[in-house]
Design a protein around this ligand. Structure first.
Ligand SMILES: NC(=O)c1ccc[n+]([C@@H]2O[C@H](COP(=O)([O-])OP(=O)(O)OC[C@H]3O[C@@H](n4cnc5c(N)ncnc54)[C@H](OP(=O)(O)O)[C@@H]3O)[C@@H](O)[C@H]2O)c1
Length: 387
């Protein structure tokens, strides 16, 4: 089986690539990859394998240089006859930013770029599966504090916290428009955070938010709300197994489900055990976020209820000698807090019953213990500046 994979230099895509390379059912993996200024595509691919000392097999893993921004992408893929023996496409590349400054780029990569890929894919002679890596969070913000089923999305009436989830929803609709239903497979991971192995994750994303919360300690969020989080190694393995399995459905959540969901409270217990020299965690109502932002601007009114937490304000004053740093951190953290407030868990019973090799993932409050050393090293300010 030959696979065309996009996004292989990413957090999840890198794990998928290394997982695919180890499978004997897989003959060739064409990796669609954009060369960077410093490195050619092959060097970037080798680096993906070097992260965890995995073996790079040059006959099996083949770089295909390209960019989803390229207006001639469909034609250049069509002109590459080597790709005609592609059996499966796994589209993991995306712009995953929550920041508004990327709204245009999100549309260009996640919708327009995908369409160019689909126009090529639909005429591939051997294509059996187009596997689109979606996201469970396309269900939007109207569903709160309950289990979400796969067939509740895509819903064009859903309201989105960030443009990213809107573009991922449009992506699913686009796949349906161009690819025959029997060839479509949509894997929707929930929130991917860290790695359950004692291994450095390929990206600090989401762990950055955990590290920031760990640093701030006074957090305006509902600490009991369900949080559906899975480790990247689990997500990648589930996607590979799903691709190889006889499936009964078109769409699968890859998630913790309600029983395996964590919460800010549960995560804070694990964090407190490791980072024991910091003030205790205190979770307060989300409405305090605006007052915290005023504090960071030095404009908090004397009658503010936030002064009830004076010990934390004193701690922040010591930590943030530059008030600009606190403002940057809060701006980066805000969309994560909004997601946490929703209390969504994503039903994983389809995956667990159709793909028997995949079991319930470890709860995030347990596997996060393997990530503590890495969390300690995250430069939270740098992460906030590069959303
Ligand atoms: N992380 C999560 O929590 C999460 C949860 C649910 C679903 N997902 C989905 O999982 C997939 C992978 O996410 P991720 O966390 O691995 O993201 P990531 O770490 O940001 O990786 C994104 C990948 O897409 C590539 N890419 C971006 N723009 C491109 C372009 N213009 N042309 C070609 N390639 C481009 C990047 O290549 P460069 O290295 O060249 O930038 C990188 O390989 C996405 O589809 C995302 O929506 C992620």
């Amino acid at each position: 089986m030959n696979i065309f994979l996009t996004g292989s230099t990413g957090f999840l895509g890198g794990e998928i690539l290394v997982g695919l390379a180890k499978r004997k059912e897989v003959d060739k993996i064409y990796c669609f990859i954009r060369p960077s200024n410093e490195q050619d595509a092959l060097a970037r691919l080798k680096k993906v394998f070097a992260v965890h000392n995995d073996y790079f097999e040059a006959d099996k893993v083949i770089p295909i240089s390209g960019n989803l921004f390229d207006p001639h992408l469909t034609a250049s893929l069509q002109a590459n006859n080597m790709l005609d023996d592609t059996d499966v496409i796994i589209h993991s590349a995306a712009n995953t930013s929550f920041s508004r400054i990327y709204d245009d780029i999100l549309e260009q990569v996640n919708i327009a770029g995908l369409e160019k890929l689909l126009l090529w894919a639909k005429q591939l002679p051997r294509l059996k599966t187009f596997l689109y890596v979606g996201t469970a969070t396309i269900c939007g913000t109207k569903i709160t504090h309950r289990l979400v089923r796969e067939d509740e999305s895509p819903n064009e009436d859903a309201s989105h916290l960030v443009r990213y989830t809107y573009t991922k929803m449009q992506g699913e609709l686009m796949v349906d428009k161009h690819i025959a239903p029997e060839k479509v497979l949509i894997a929707r991971p929930s929130i991917i955070m860290g790695d359950s192995k004692h291994a450095m994750p390929r990206s600090p994303v989401i762990l950055w938010a955990v590290a920031t919360i760990n640093h701030l300690r006074l957090i305006p969020v509902n600490d009991q709300a369900m949080l559906d989080m899975i480790p990247v190694d689990y997500a990648a393995n589930a996607i590979v197994e799903l691709m190889l399995a006889k499936r009964k459905h078109k769409v699968y959540h890859i998630s913790s489900g309600q029983d395996g969901a964590t919460s800010a409270h549960k995560l804070s217990i694990s964090l407190s055990e490791y980072f024991n020299g910091l003030p205790p965690f205190k979770f307060i109502d989300k409405s305090f976020l605006n007052q915290i932002k005023l504090w960071a601007k030095n404009r908090l009114k004397p009658e503010s209820k936030l002064y009830e937490y004076q010990a934390y304000l004193d701690y922040w004053n010591e930590e943030f000698t530059d008030p600009g740093a606190a403002r940057i951190l809060l701006a980066g953290l805000e969309p994560y807090l909004e997601f946490m407030e929703l209390g969504q868990a994503f039903d994983n019973s389809r995956l667990l019953s159709d793909v028997l090799s995949i079991k319930q993932p470890l709860p995030a409050e347990e596997y996060i213990r393997n990530c503590m050393g890495y969390i300690a090293k995250i430069n939270i300010l740098e992460g906030a500046l590069d959303p």
